[in-house]
Design a protein around this ligand. Sequence first.
Ligand code: SAM
Length: 327
Amino acid sequence: KYNPNGDGHFLEDESTKIFARKVADHYSARTNQTLEERENSPIIHLKKLNNWIKSVLIQLYARQGGAVLDLACGKGGDLIKWDKAKIGYYVGVDIAEGSMEDCRTRYNGDADHHQRRNKFTFPARLICGDCYEIHLDKVLADDAPFDICSCQFALHYSWSTEARARRALANISSLLRPGGTLIGTMPDANVIIKKLREAEGLDFGNSVYWIHFDEEFSEKKFKSSKPFGIKYKFHLEDAVDCPEWIVPFHVFKSLAEEYDLELVFAKNSHEFVHEYIKKSEYVDLMRRLGALGDGNQDQSTLSQDEWEVAYLYLAFVLKKRGQPDRT
Ligand code: SAM
């Protein structure tokens, strides 16, 4: 399609929308599991480990009474973590209608839901929409500014086009207060591309996941200054089965800087675990979550294959430039 108002580029609009829909439909269709189903999941310890990583990030950066923007919040799996951090306000946005439905039920307190007994202490606004398309600064004008924005296991869905990646960062930047924090987790492109280079063909994986790149995967594009739309299919047992996009971290970092978001740190999940497990409060949390038997990567709990999936991800923290208002 030709963009008559634009700068002469052909729009990738149509296929981009189709892929965004595919991702949304995939997550929408995932129904809530019973406690028993969850405990029997082949990746239960990985799920617990990921919850631990998100909890540590939240405990490190959430402010008591602060306003939280949870981009791609999914079913609201982090609501309890935010509650524990005693936040003052929560806005969750996700593209998947089904997930938002579950999130609403979880927030409002569903008697049948194993995780929810009492009401949450903070007010919340839950919105269904495409975080990488909509101008959220307009939609959330009355809710901004936020002290913290969280985007967990989801920012890579914005890298289908440069326009979407930029929209994601513009939304985050315009809604955060100066000095506000962006915390998140996403695939570690360096690990994924290294594994692809070592693979026989265009697929690799283990008993719980596989990744498939299309024939047209281009090293040249990956190394270029505009590495958007590098698509692969990701399958994770009992969790994910949809198209995703590579986010070369150094480009993410410099693009974020254009939007006044400065990198504080980025760490692969393995490194993150090794670093924070040394701190007693986080070991205790790990034990309570039941992710790792004795606080190490105990293989009797977290399997080697799950630990390898953890290696596919990184955790990051960025700060919005400027000084917070002292009023
Ligand atoms: N953040 C949640 C968590 O950590 O439990 C959910 C993570 S799930 C792996 C990825 C989420 O990203 C899904 O809920 C999906 O619907 C959401 N998502 C994908 N593309 C999106 C978009 N364009 N706008 C908003 N949400 C999106």
